[in-house]
Design a protein around this ligand. Structure first.
Ligand SMILES: [Zn+2]
Length: 308
């Protein structure tokens, strides 16, 4: 059984302007590295479907979904906030990104894929139940997780978020959902300036100060995440895979390297094998320096699919 690689060309059509770091080239940077490293040979490729309103509405309010659709511009840009813009293709791309998480969930749950990696944008973890922000429109992992709970009937799903920014949107949607444990690690003092005080008892938040590297990152994961995950015994895991904690990425100030992303993925894979029949769906979040993003994503996928 192969791993699934899920993406869609619509993800390239969402564009927030020439100078915007969350750019269409990110998809190619990841895909190119998966190609040149040969990792795509170990994966079945799938086109991301459009998420349905019913699927989105498990994580977002109907009024928010409809208001976003109504704001799609015919041309030019619609500013949701100073950093989060819609062009005529944004809504379609956001539906594909959320749809990828749903398809990944279905493929893994039905045994058609061992694990799934979603190379999609816009990212999702800053999207709250009723608000876009931080380059995010729909919360892809939250939509996937709610699908796992409501359609596949799982009782315990874990979300792992190692993006350099706190996943405030995922926390907003999933806090106090007893069937979910969210483990996040992020840099404090940067956008979205949240997370140091968890919103719910099902949140394991690790805030790291600026300039921290892999040694501290790994120690914090071992100390806080792993015991909580062992106790929770998730039946499936979703990953908000952000690579902007890389030392070359100036969107944050952490000093992680490819080996750190491989290490944390290994911890997740081992845990999934012990408790969740290996079931993991990983969705791309941040990562804004093309070379570091591609190399980090490849290091992550290599371990995720067991090619290491
Ligand atoms: Zn980020």
């Amino acid at each position: 059984m192969l791993a699934a690689y899920i993406s869609h060309d619509d993800c390239l059509r969402h564009d927030m302007g020439n100078q915007h770091p969350e750019c269409p080239e990110r998809i190619g940077a990841v895909r190119d590295q998966l190609l040149v490293t040969g990792l795509l040979n170990f994966m079945d490729s799938y086109e991301a479907p459009l998420a349905s309103v019913e699927q989105l509405a498990r994580a977002h309010t109907l009024s928010y979904i409809h208001s976003l659709e109504e704001r799609v511009p015919r041309e030019g840009y619609e500013h949701i906030d100073p950093d989060t813009l819609m062009n005529p293709f944004t809504y379609q791309a956001a539906l594909r990104s959320a749809g990828a998480a749903v398809l990944g969930c279905d493929l893994v749950m039905t045994g058609k894929a061992a694990v799934a990696f979603c190379n999609v944008r816009p990212p999702g973890h800053h999207a709250e139940r009723a608000a876009a922000g931080g380059f995010c429109f729909f919360n892809n992992v939250a939509v996937g997780i709610m699908h796992a709970l409501e359609v596949h009937g799982l009782q315990r799903v874990a979300l792992i978020d190692f993006d350099v920014h706190h996943g405030n949107g995922s926390e907003d949607i999933l806090c106090n959902e007893p069937r979910v444990l969210m483990c996040s690690i992020f840099e404090t003092g940067i956008y979205p300036f949240s997370g140091t005080v968890p919103k719910g008892s099902n949140m394991v938040n690790i805030g790291l100060p600026s300039r921290v590297g892999g040694k501290e990152f790994r120690a914090a994961v071992e100390h806080s995440w792993l015991p909580a995950l062992e106790q929770f015994k998730p039946e499936m895991l979703f990953i908000s895979a952000g690579f902007d904690g890389h030392r070359e990425d100036d969107m944050g100030n952490l000093a992680l390297v490819e080996a750190d992303f491989a290490w944390v993925t290994q911890q997740i894979v081992q845990l999934a094998k012990r408790h969740a029949k290996g079931r993991i769906v990983s969705c791309l979040e941040g990562g804004y320096v093309m070379s570091a993003l591609g190399r980090s994503a490849a290091a992550h996928v290599r371990v995720l699919i067991g090619a290491d």
